[in-house]
Ligand binder design. Sequence first.
Ligand SMILES: [Mn+2]
Length: 424
Amino acid sequence: MLRLLHTADVHLGARHTDLGERAAVLRERQFAAFRATVDLAMVEKVDLFLIAGDLFDSNTQPRRSVERVAAELGRLARASIRTVIIPGTHDVYDGASIYRSYDLTNMARAASDWVAVLTPYLPEIVFPSLDTIVYGRVFDTKRSPRSPLAGLNVKADTRATWKIGMVHGALAIPGRTDADAVVFTEEEIAATGLDYLALGHWHSAVEGRAGSVSYAYSGAPEPVAVDQDGAGQVLLVTLDDRAGRHVVTIEPKRVGQTRAEKLDLDVSGVHSQPELIEVLARHADANLVFSVRLTGLFPDDLDLDLEEVDRALAPAFLKFRIRDASIPAAPEGLQAPPDTVLGAFVGAIEARIAELEQASGAAPGAAVESSGTSETEASVAAGRSTGASAAIASPEVDPAEELADLREVLRLGRHLLEGRQVTL
Ligand SMILES: [Mn+2]
């Protein structure tokens, strides 16, 4: 049995230009997630710790940051856990690579088979004590000249039982990965004969199986951009030999603190700005990236300044975003002539609303604008309203519900007939 912890895309030192003054907070979280991953590896007593590329956000990092990482790798080595790292696309193994500038093995005060960086010149490493080989496919240019899995077939390799691959790149998806620098296919994965392929590059966790090969993207342990809601975990992988059959179990483990949540809020039920702020403030969480979208019909009498809402709520979240996708209220005093489609429509619906209000004893005109109906208009309205009520006044329809529906029909229809933008 072999147990390993698989992470990738930690992106230490990311600048987070979209986060402003919170950028440093997220950078610290990324390091905290890395440290939590190391802690998890020690608690779970794994045999191998794999970092499948983009440990660093770029090849230029302060020495202090590299030292912090090396200290963590040293911690793993002293706990008898071996680390294998491959460079990615952000920390590519080019001439200026951070893995050439710094000797992580040396800085971790570990022997070379305890902290290993695979490169084009060290494409694989054998661990006899673990009965394991780790194959890396790394290039010294950001854009690979060929698939990293081209020609990789380990089936005949008899040096060890467990065969693990590491690649940083995109699993081909027609039309979506054409621009990616490093691309490989499911067929190529299946042809390798590996037991497990540890992938990096995608920031959301994904797992799959190609032929007899299990593969997975661990995703980023902490979101690298605030909208990456599939990030936040690492993978605990167990390889077991059951009567000669290799069984791979992949268990996602949460290490990141940042959560993302999207909320669609129907603004038609909101009565005031303080009420909206109060409702949204119930979600307050310093770890939450909270994206709110206002939908529905914007009430005529609601006075809302989204910049003020933003200012009031921003301190309660890691990042707060609010945007308005509601249907705007009609300008006051707008009256369409009765011989237009708009005038006839408004007259017909208002007449039916008045009818229902009278039947239910509600104050007429409370929620309906006065239409200043003339004789002609009223007759048009009455004619239309007969048809409309025949269609909608079935016994199952609750009058209060119909009234609410008709008010919405009136507002929505008015916007449509006025040729205004309606977003649903
Ligand atoms: Mn990445």
